[in-house]
Design a protein around this ligand. Sequence first.
Ligand SMILES: CC(C)(COP(=O)(O)OP(=O)(O)OC[C@H]1O[C@@H](n2cnc3c(N)ncnc32)[C@H](O)[C@@H]1OP(=O)(O)O)[C@@H](O)C(=O)NCCC(=O)NCCS
Length: 149
Amino acid sequence: MIEIRKAKLSDAERIVELQIQMAFESEQLRLNRDIVTRGVRGVFEEPSRGTYWVAEEKDEILGVFMAIPEWSDWRNGTVLWIHSLYVVPRARRRGVFKKMYLNLKQQVAQSPELIGLRLYVDKRNKTAQTVYEKLGMNKEHYELYEWLK
Ligand SMILES: CC(C)(COP(=O)(O)OP(=O)(O)OC[C@H]1O[C@@H](n2cnc3c(N)ncnc32)[C@H](O)[C@@H]1OP(=O)(O)O)[C@@H](O)C(=O)NCCC(=O)NCCS
C-alpha cells in the first residue's frame, strides 16, 4: 500500500539520495553530496521555499517531488510548481507518481488560494512528457526561456 505524505526532516537523507540518483540517471552528473544535503535541508529550514512530498511503501520512500509556490498577480492566487520529481526505477509504472500527482491536485482543488499546477521538463525526456499528458496536463500556453550562470 503506497502512502503519500509531506516529508519530514528525518526524510532528508533519503531525499538527498534520490536527488543524487536522479542527476546521475538523467544527466550522468555526480552531484556534490554536501551541497545537495544543504540544499535539501534548506527546504525544511525555510518552508516558503517549498514542500517535499513523498510516496512511501513499507517504510521505504519510493518517490519524491517538491511543490514550490509561485504567486500570480493576474489570477490573484498561487500556482504550485512540481520540481525534483523522481520515482526509483523498480517502482515505476505502478502508479506512484499518479498517486502523488492526484493528491496534490486534490489539495489545489480544495484550497481557495491555490489555482493550479505547473512543471517544466527537458525536451529529450519523452517518458515524463508522456506521463504528464496521460495525467491530463497540457503544454499549450508557454515556452520556457532561461539564462543560467
Ligand atoms: C516520470 C516518472 C516520475 C513517472 O513516474 P511513475 O510512478 O513511473 O508513473 P506512473 O506509474 O504514476 O504513471 C502515470 C501514467 O503514465 C504512464 N506511464 C508511466 N511510465 C510510462 C512510460 N515509460 N511510457 C508510457 N507511459 C508511461 C502510466 O501508464 C500511467 O498512465 P495511466 O494513468 O493511463 O495508467 C518516472 O518515470 C521517473 O522518475 N523518471 C525519471 C525522473 C524524471 O524523468 N523525472 C521528471 C523530470 S521533469
